[in-house]
Design a protein around this ligand. Structure first.
Ligand SMILES: Nc1ncnc2c1ncn2[C@@H]1O[C@H](COP(=O)(O)OP(=O)(O)OP(=O)(O)O)[C@@H](O)[C@H]1O
Length: 308
């Protein structure tokens, strides 16, 4: 047992020159790097959101942790070992939810049971499938995108993994299904101490369910840490623009409207009371970093540097 579910050190993934060029205006560290120089540690038993713009490297990071891709540089460990050795203890649901289209729902669950004889929880799988009113005799190819997601999540959860890697699991679910399956995931995490790492674009939904955040942009980790710590490290301020000197604080975003200056910053010391500092919401924090790709990152690595 280790208290670290996942750790990356200077982790990088470069795709071939032909295919690895970033899409314009999106991610890209140049030269085909999908992910570069990522260092972070995710404690066990936490629910971690991986957020970032399209092409940021989220899927690449999850596939590296699942052992489906090999790093080009650096290292990732999961559950205290390398991803290939941890595979039986890890559940992974890829963005496109690959399943065998010719099999029925019931046959798909049987294959899951066959592949994971020691850990399979048939009752959990059936409960998730029947909560979606899926006919066990329906073939996978006849299911909607959201119904396939439900089957993929049933497979991943029934495996009773110690670490669950989910690539945009909620993207094609209706709001009720999203709510119900999010509840199932959270109770799995609470009851069994499962670590969940989940990429998502729906940041507003993550604040209540996630403890930890990784914000990836341009192939690099820009924010990493417990959500409470990250929120506490930032403030939203509002001040008269001529009176406000934002030095020496780290400004993530600032805007002047008339004589009023509003900003989201990382305070370096006490802020004047008349700036009316408030704690940002997770959505405000993430949006500010997404709108400002040049803002200085805040990760355990950068905290250590600034402490030196
Ligand atoms: N198999 C691949 N071959 C070549 N380039 C790839 C491959 N997979 C991803 N990339 C590139 O790596 C970068 C990161 O892609 P990735 O899919 O990890 O991003 P993402 O954050 O998951 O994006 P999205 O939110 O759109 O799903 C992109 O520039 C992408 O074009």
């Amino acid at each position: 047992m280790t208290d670290t579910a996942m750790a990356a050190t200077a982790l990088g993934k470069r795709f071939g020159r032909r295919w690895g060029l970033p899409r314009s205006g999106e991610a890209g560290t140049g030269g085909g790097w999908a992910l570069r120089d990522c260092t972070f540690r995710l404690p066990a038993g936490r629910v971690c959101a991986v957020v970032g713009p399209n092409g940021a490297g989220k899927s690449t990071l999850l596939a590296l942790a699942a052992g489906l891709l090999a790093p080009s540089e650096g290292r990732v460990t999961v559950l205290g070992t390398d991803p290939a050795s941890a595979r039986a203890r890890v559940g992974y649901v890829a963005q496109d939810k690959p399943l065998y289209p010719q099999l029925t729902v019931a046959e798909t669950l049987l294959v899951g049971a066959d592949l994971n004889p020691a850990r399979w929880n048939a009752e959990a799988a059936e409960r998730i499938v029947s909560a979606g009113d899926l006919n066990p005799k329906a073939r996978i190819r006849t299911l909607s995108g959201g119904q396939r997601t439900r089957v993929a999540l049933a497979l991943a959860l029934a495996k009773q993994p110690e670490l669950l890697l989910l690539d945009e699991p909620m993207a094609d679910l209706d709001p009720l299904a999203r709510h119900e399956l999010m509840g199932t995931l959270m109770s799995q995490a609470a009851q069994h101490g499962t670590t969940i790492v989940m990429s998502s674009h729906v940041v507003a939904e993550l604040e209540d369910s996630c403890d930890h955040l990784l914000l990836v942009g341009g192939g690099r980790v820009r924010l990493a840490g417990e959500i409470d710590d990250l929120l506490a490290a930032h403030a939203r301020v509002s001040a008269l623009s001529e009176a406000a000197d934002l030095e020496p604080h780290t400004v993530v975003e600032s805007r002047v409207t008339g004589r009023q200056l509003t900003a989201l910053l990382r305070p370096a010391g006490r802020l004047p009371d008349d700036w009316r500092p408030t704690r940002p919401s997770l959505e405000e924090l993430v949006l500010a970093y997404l709108r400002n790709p040049q803002a200085a990152p805040l990760t355990p690595a950068t905290s250590e540097e600034s402490a030196v």
